[in-house]
Design a protein around this ligand. Structure first.
Ligand code: ATP
Ligand code: MG
Length: 340
């Protein structure tokens, strides 16, 4: 069971977490004009657009034909989280009768592609953005919701304004204790051990594994910290770093077995000390605080992983928190970015 926020949905009741029978009033899309395509994935085509009623830029997420239940879930989650820190805003939902296509109208973020952005991050920026991400996650979890697809592609950065938004709520789900969930969620390099070994009674803590993967990739300056070609290799990559002994203790604790013939999972691996990943290029990022936080996030056992709130209060973020506490009128110039 989740260490925190386990009973949030029971307390808030079905009006909060039920979405199967949610009735959605779809508006007409007449006010929205497409400007250009900005992305897309398995479930949608995403465009930058304009709301002609007020000339504001927006995002038009045109949903591919997907299950009604999934559309309702994404909308319910976005509405429940409206106004939360660093959560993308849902502005409108529209249906185009001729094409029958459904679109979500969202707040637009002038995003810089993370593959270009991350390698240029300073130590202070890494801290600032991870703090923003964790702030979003603590809020989301406190509302009884797991995101289940935290990864760089689902985090929009507006570097000019030091703004971060967590997007793509298509896989988000409400957390109920002792419930089995689909393990086919997340994106491979960010899949947590519980997803890879088939432990389905997971909770909010699976999102914290993704944060750990992002922290590792950012401080060590790798595109993805763990990267396998399939799920088995993904697990092998993790075990080759975190070691076999702890992995076996983890499996034992949850009474699990992994059937595999992957050579790297059959062999014994000693834990690799974090210092082994230090290079001349990444050294300034790899402070003792960063490594300590990383070590507490990248744990096989989801019950051992720090929660979002615990991570936020880690000493790694002292300078960010200190800046936030002293925030006066202009958060941008007072956040310490002036010197970058
Ligand atoms: P996937 O299957 O890849 O996870 P998806 O179909 O669920 O994606 P999103 O992740 O919501 O869709 O959006 C796809 C892409 O569109 C994003 O990776 C991003 O590049 C772009 N995008 C989405 N929302 C916004 C936004 N609010 N502002 C700017 N760009 C956005
Ligand atoms: Mg996405």
């Amino acid at each position: 069971m989740a260490r925190v926020y386990a009973d949030v949905n029971a307390e808030l009741g079905p009006g909060w977490y039920e979405y199967e029978h949610l009735h959605i009033e779809w508006n007409v899309p007449d006010n929205y004009e497409i400007i250009k395509r900005v992305g897309g994935g398995k479930f949608s085509e995403v465009f930058q657009g304009i709301d002609t009623s007020n000339e504001e830029t927006c995002v038009i997420k045109v949903l591919k034909p997907i299950a009604k239940r999934k559309i309702r879930r994404e909308i319910k989650v976005l509405r429940n989280l409206a106004g939360g820190p660093n959560v993308i805003s849902l502005l409108d939902v529209v249906r185009d009768p001729p094409s029958k296509s459904h679109s979500l109208i969202m707040e637009y973020v002038d995003n810089t592609d993370w593959k270009l952005l991350y390698p240029t991050f300073t130590e202070l920026e890494i801290k600032h953005y991870l703090f923003q991400l964790l702030t979003a996650l603590d809020f989301v979890h406190s509302r009884g919701i797991m995101h289940r697809d935290v990864k760089p592609g689902n985090i929009m950065f507006d570097r000019a304004n030091h703004k971060l938004r967590l997007i793509d709520w298509g896989l988000a789900e409400f957390y109920h204790p002792n419930t089995e969930y689909h393990i086919r969620v997340g994106s491979r390099p960010y899949k947590s051990p519980e997803l890879l070994v088939g432990y389905s009674m997971y909770d909010y803590s699976l999102d914290l594994w993704c944060v750990g993967c992002m922290l590792a990739a950012m401080i060590f300056r790798k595109e993805h910290f763990f990267r396998g070609r399939d799920n088995e290799e993904q697990l092998a990559r993790i075990v080759k770093v975190l070691g076999t002994d702890t992995f076996e203790r983890y499996l034992e604790k949850y009474n699990m077995q992994v059937e595999t013939d992957h050579p790297d999972l059959l062999r014994k691996h000693a834990r690799v000390p974090w210092a082994k990943f230090v290079t001349n290029d990444n050294r300034p990022n790899v402070t003792p605080e960063a490594v300590d936080l990383l070590d507490r996030l990248l744990r096989y056992d989801h019950q051992e992983r720090l929660t979002a709130a615990e991570a936020l209060s880690h000493t790694y973020f002292n300078s960010v928190r200190f800046g936030a506490a002293n925030k006066v009128k202009d958060p941008v110039s007072d956040s310490g970015f002036a010197s970058m």
